[in-house]
Write a protein that binds this ligand. Sequence first.
Ligand code: HEM
Length: 411
Amino acid sequence: MTAVPNQQTNAVPEVDYDHFVVDVREDATAVYAGIRERCPMFFTPAYGGHYVLLRHQDVYETSRRPEEFSSVTLTIPDPPVLPVVPPLTSDPPEHQKYRALLAIDFNPTRIATFRDAIREQAADLVNDFIERGSADLATDFIFPLTARATALFLGIEKEDLATFQRDAIELNTVIYTEPHRFEEVQGRVIEFYLRHIERRRQSPRDDVASHLIDATLDGEPVPDDINARLHALLNGAAGETTAAGAAGMILEIDRDPKLRQRLIDEPGVWPTAVEEFIRFVSPIPGFSRTATGDCPIGDAVIPKGEKVWLNYLAANHDPEAFDDPDSIIVDRQPNKHVAFGAGIHRCPGAPLARIELQAMLEQLLTRLPDYRVVERDAAKLLPSATRLRMNLPIEFTRGPRVDLNNYRPAN
Ligand code: HEM
């Protein structure tokens, strides 16, 4: 990558840069710091050309202009199959209709009721490997926990959990790794939810499917296929993102003995620490927008139809917005990161993600406090819209299983 401005496009420097290359993503904070000093906003010819915003203020403000910057395509490069997933890919006024459909389920008070069950599920998963002294934290812990938490949130039956877990992971990765299989996996996921919705029609519960069966869209009952697609979106949005955040958190703790010791000694900082890991890691490194007209950002004008990359990762490491941005400050407050986006699309699942990450942190620090990531190469980033890692092999001092009936978590 050459980070040298070499041409003026619309008063914006051009930089030869590709955020999707794994090496750039792995070492992203250093790469962005180098570019940001010279040009906080630039144009890159990569993937048909797009503008890249590195400053926190620009990312934040542009996210809050949905009429001018459309969400119709969210990723760069475009995946081989372009998913249409309202409300994520909807613009106003359509967006509000779909977001309103999900309001009951994303009520933070409802989400908080899952906390104890998620902590218990995390303890249960650790029971399965704690006597071994080694594990793959991605496949043995993170993926099953995010899937179980999402299943709780959606109200999926226990007996469906195995299918759900497999599909939850596959749906988001297959789009990049085996695009020819995307339609097949998505079809399977939609079928699965259509069956689930039918069961809920027969015997309603207090869950997403039942709420959507009772809801209306444009004055009509919500069609089952939209109900199923909303489930598929939630399934996809919830799992991979949180898993990417967890993997980053685990690697950062492994790198820094002082950080680990402070977290072990001070459980009181876990909530702010989780927020800081989310900022530092930025599990979704960025999303794109498309200019609906000739739209100004600062002194520049983004021409109609051009794409803009909201670089959350770079924005979250912007020294104008954060003191000492490349250090993990576990009690950082306030922490106005944009890892959950900003504006009308801001992530409604943030409270659930925080509960999951805290449950994982609790298990790691209380039951596997000396874990060491071995085979760091196995923990490489995947080509994906998130900073996902499929494997995270660790070793640790063996410990005892806990009796879940009498289990009192630490905090
Ligand atoms: C650490 C974990 C997570 C991260 C980093 C994350 C990040 C994001 C970001 C950046 C957006 C905004 C997209 C945009 O502006 O275009 C978003 C939207 C969304 N997220 Fe999350 N998310 C996480 C977890 C979750 C969870 C657990 C759920 C569901 C339970 C969820 C559901 C959604 C939904 C439905 C949207 C679309 C909102 C809309 O378009 O109005 N996310 N997320």
